[in-house]
Design a protein around this ligand. Sequence first.
Ligand code: FEO
Length: 169
Amino acid sequence: MDAKLSELLNHQINEELYSAYLYLTFADYYEDRGLKGFANWYMVQVQEEVAHAKILRRYLLDNDVSVKMTAIAEPDKTFSTDLEPLEAGLAHEKHITACIDRCYAAANDVHDFRAMQMLDWFVKEQGEEETNASDMIKNMKLFGSDPKGLYDLDREYQTRVFVAPTMPM
Ligand code: FEO
């Protein structure tokens, strides 16, 4: 595999694991607030991010590329409103989309069609990630200032369950 592409894919494992670490801090914030549904939503998100990292790891190993696990940075955000983690989440997902786009562009540059096929899944997934993050912001702005509205939202987010991603590889 092209050296630049394999480095970017290896780095993306770190980005996905950092995402899991970041969302763990979101879940902690909501747990402290007594919003167990929001905490559940982000705990499921943690599992999704770890699954994303595992897909990339598997892909590299299956293509005879050694994987290097690098240090995961400490999430440095503190929150003072229930909206702030949601806004930080959307900003973070936009960052991840840019990372995936860089990987895709690198695969395209060297005509690595197999990598592009694998990354197609991530391109689609990032669209869903941004939509989910944006919807949560809209819901919070619409209903979050009303205690009953916030209660109902929290109940809704309590129902989210982790479904292991399947992708054509
Ligand atoms: Fe793995 Fe939230 O993107």
